[in-house]
Design a protein around this ligand. Structure first.
Ligand code: ATP
Length: 252
């Protein structure tokens, strides 16, 4: 069943006399429980697309439907509620608050939703076990490693039990060991039913998804499904597609 549907989404930025068409014509659907990666060169429009799907920005034209609701005409206060209720975010730089301990960072979206403390605790316990962060909860973000911070950020994104987890370059600030650990974690939470949409520059990260979309010049240029093939074969295909994307640009 589909969770997200974009139809002919276009986004134009106007700055003075300059007109930048970040998204030309994007149509796509994401099924419930899918794990989709979005790749493309710098400036291809990935963040713009993610921001539009996150209701943080609006398309210039086109339709977006998430969980049966149309987003493009939503008023800002309605969009803020929708984000809190249905979306979880994981960023490259974790975006944790240094003055809050890790537990309170995770609780933040529930505090905003005015959930009683006991209920928050009940939500956190199994999640903390799944993410292996129970021992870290009383510490502060500055007292744990980058990989651990990203796990706290994943917990904060998941504590609201979002319909869709949106991740922007989630492995960008991690070393290779923590990258693998995060990718395995995402694969695991996807298997437990979480729909994930991840923007990434990393072919390795994309190879953990079920489907990779390639954006070029504001359109979806190509897509690959993992299907039953081994991850390494899927990774090779992703790498080949990226090479094709770049070499077309230089006119080979
Ligand atoms: N607020 C804005 N105002 C004007 N132009 C913008 C704005 N945001 C993005 N753009 C332009 O839209 C295009 C797409 O940018 P976007 O950030 O979506 O690309 P990206 O694929 O995410 O790039 P990167 O991988 O470098 O993050 C670029 O040409 C960018 O300069």
């Amino acid at each position: 069943m589909k969770l997200l549907k974009l139809e002919h989404v276009q986004k134009v930025f106007i700055e003075g006399k300059n007109r930048v068409e970040a998204l030309h014509d994007i149509s796509l659907t994401v099924e419930r429980e899918e794990y989709v990666a979005i790749m493309g060169e710098s400036g291809a429009g990935k963040t713009t697309l993610l921001n539009i799907m996150a209701t943080l920005d609006r398309p210039s034209s086109g339709q977006i439907e998430l969980n049966g609701q149309n987003l493009e005409k939503m008023k800002e206060n309605q969009a803020a509620r929708f984000r809190r209720q249905y979306l979880g975010f994981v960023f490259q730089n974790f975006n944790l608050l240094d003055t809050f301990n890790n537990r309170d960072n995770i609780f933040l979206p529930l505090v905003l939703a005015e959930m009683p403390y006991l209920k928050m605790q009940q939500r956190l316990e199994p999640l903390a076990q799944q993410l292996k962060i129970t021992e870290l909860l009383d510490r502060f973000p500055a007292e744990i490693s980058g990989g651990q911070r990203q796990r706290i950020a994943v917990a904060r994104a998941m504590i609201t039990q979002p319909k869709l987890l949106l991740a922007d370059e989630p492995t960008g600030a991690l070393d290779s060991k923590n990258t693998l650990s995060l990718l395995n974690l995402f694969a695991e939470i996807n298997l437990s039913g979480q729909t994930i949409l991840m923007v990434t520059h990393s072919a390795l990260a994309a190879s953990y998804s079920q489907r990779t979309l390639f954006i070029k010049d504001g359109v979806i240029f190509h897509e690959l499904y993992r299907g039953a093939q081994p991850r390494t074969v899927y990774l090779q295909k992703i790498t080949n597609s990226l090479t094709a994307l770049t070499s077309e640009k230089v006119g080979h």
